[in-house]
Structure formats: C-alpha cells, structure tokens
Design a protein around this ligand. Sequence first.
Ligand code: KG4
Ligand code: ZN
Length: 350
Amino acid sequence: MSDNSFKLVLAVETSCDDTSVALVKADGYVVSVLSANQDLEHKDFGGVVPEIAGRNHSLNLLPLMDKLLKSTDTQWEDIDGLAVTNRPGLVGSLLVGLVSIKTIAIAKQLPFVGVNHLEAHLLAPFLKDESYEPPQDFQYPYVALAVSGGHTQLYVVESFGRYKILGKTLDDAAGEAFDKFGKLLGLGFPGGIKVDQHAKEGDVKKYNFPRSLIREDNYNFSFSGLKASAQRLIKKIGQDEKRQFIHSLCASYQEAIVDVLLFKLKKACEELNIPRAVVTGGVSANSRLRARAKIWQEESGVQVVIPPIRYCTDNAAMVGYVGIERLNRGEVSPQDLKPMPRLDESEFLA
Ligand code: KG4
Ligand code: ZN
C-alpha cells in the first residue's frame, strides 16, 4: 500500500564509475542531480579499473552531496528518506554508496532502501524536471531495451515492480562493443561517443559487419562475433585504408549494432502486441539509434520513449524514483543490506 508519506528522497548511485547524487520527489520530479564522471581517470587503462572507481567514489561522494544540498537550499529535515543502488555493479563501488547511506541513515534517523540499478534504468522514462516530462499518454506496459557498457537486456515492464526479462546479451554488452571498437581504432575511452561522432560522416554500407542472432527466433544478443570480425577487417585493410575510411568503418560498425538492437526491440513489440517501447542506458545516447528509433515510431505508430541523455547514462535521479516509490510502498532496507555485484534474474520474472 502506498501512503505517500515520503515526499522527498536523497539518492546515491555509485555502481560503476559515475558518482551521482539526486533529490527526487514522489511524482518523479528531479529537484536536482549532480554527477562526477571518472572517464579521465580510467582513460589510460582503456576501461574502468574497479579499484580506481571505488577510490574516486570515496573522494567525490560526500562533497557532491554537500554541494547538492547547498545548491538547492535543502536542509536534512526536508528529506524523508534515502535511496542507494546496492545491486548489481562493482562491489567496491557499490560499497562506497551503500556504507555512506547507511551511516547517514543512522546519523539522521532516516529510513533507506537499496535499489536495483537495472530497475532504475527501466523506470527512467518516468522522471521529469523543468525541461523534460514523459509524453502525457505514456504508460505501462512497455518493452524496454537497456543498453549500456555493462548490460544489454530486453524487458517487458508490466507495471512498477513487475518486469519480465525477454532476452540479453550472451557475451559483450553493446556499449562494450562500441568501446572495444573505439580502442581498436585508437579513438580513446570510452569509445562509444567517438564512434558515434566519426560515423556521422561515414557510409553505413561501405563495410559489411555481421548482425549476430538476428535470424534466430529469440530476444538475445551477441556482439563478440562483431568485435572479432572488426579485428580481422582492420588487420586486413591496414593502416592507410583504416585512416582513409575511419568514418565509414565507424558508420558501418555502428549500423550493425543499431540494426540488431532495433530488430529485437521491434520483434518484441510486434510479437507481444505492446505498442510502447523505451530505450535506456548509456548507449541510448547514440545519435543513429535515436534517429532510427524516431523513424520507426513515425512509420509504425509504436510510441518510442528515449529519456534525455542525463537520465539514460548512470545517474542517481533514476535511483531516487525507484527508491521513493518503494519507500512509499512500505519497503525499508535493514542495516545489514549487502552490496550484490551480480544481477539476480529472479527479480525479473514477475
Ligand atoms: O549507462 P552508462 O553510462 O554506464 C554503464 O552502466 O555502463 O553507459 C556507458 C556506455 C559506454 O559503453 C559508452 O561508450 C556508451 O554507453 N555510450 C555510447 C554513446 N554514449 C555513451 N555508445 C554509443 N554512442 C554514444 N553516443
Ligand atoms: Zn547503468
């Protein structure tokens, strides 16, 4: 039962390499969200280094929280509860957020709730602020594609707390496929945005990359074959062609990823007869994916909602929304709540 006594929560997200804090109201209104990005710290390693991520969270989190409260003129007495991502993620990163929130819970006598990061991504379209709100007629159920550096999964979101996993990647996540390709081309880390930028001037048909599992009658994904095929191609064409056709390499590779993502999303909407789709997670920042999703919406009449990029990449606002909903349903976590690095899929078998 929802009693709506929680009007404002303070939320924390530290599951991977972004430190983020937010103040969120019960209707999903984001009073403010502040994040500290660690891309520069991990750049030289070509990927997220767990120890560095945890250390930076411990340095960034409390100053960020202090700034959030001061910049919004919020007093501790204004806050009714706390929310924190406790699963899944890098354990050392999760621990920083979780221990901090547990400490605040004791010190300020506030209830807290641990939030599933994936659930937070799935419900991100319900967030709103001064410059964004979901379409008025947007509602459950919808098919959601969660695509980021760590996950690529397809769900049916039936209602709050009722999620069915339809399919997932059998190997690399889509963001990982983008990042590894960026690394292969020497574009730096994270590669996704760089590949996106280069692709804008390229020819999507110049190179033919595999669309794995596209013909299989399931909702799973696989990107390791794509990565291997890119490695072989780049070795074969050599440095000169690579340099000359870098834009088309990016465009063709990106097209292969976008093709499979949209194919499986469309398949789910059609086969389950659900006329609403959501794309969320860091990869939904991809300009080609956004553009083609829009064309699909216009052609098919399926409502496609892609939240603004600030709510698609890892952020505490989405954690706050799930947290306040759960607190208002009477859910409070105990002080011995653990960080759980792996996704427990039984949570998504409603
Ligand atoms: O959700 P997110 O911020 O963190 C994770 O939970 O992983 O997603 C980060 C991922 C990275 O792999 C990054 O390269 C990818 O999202 N990404 C993009 C773009 N912007 C970020 N991939 C393709 N095109 C983009 N524009
Ligand atoms: Zn994420």
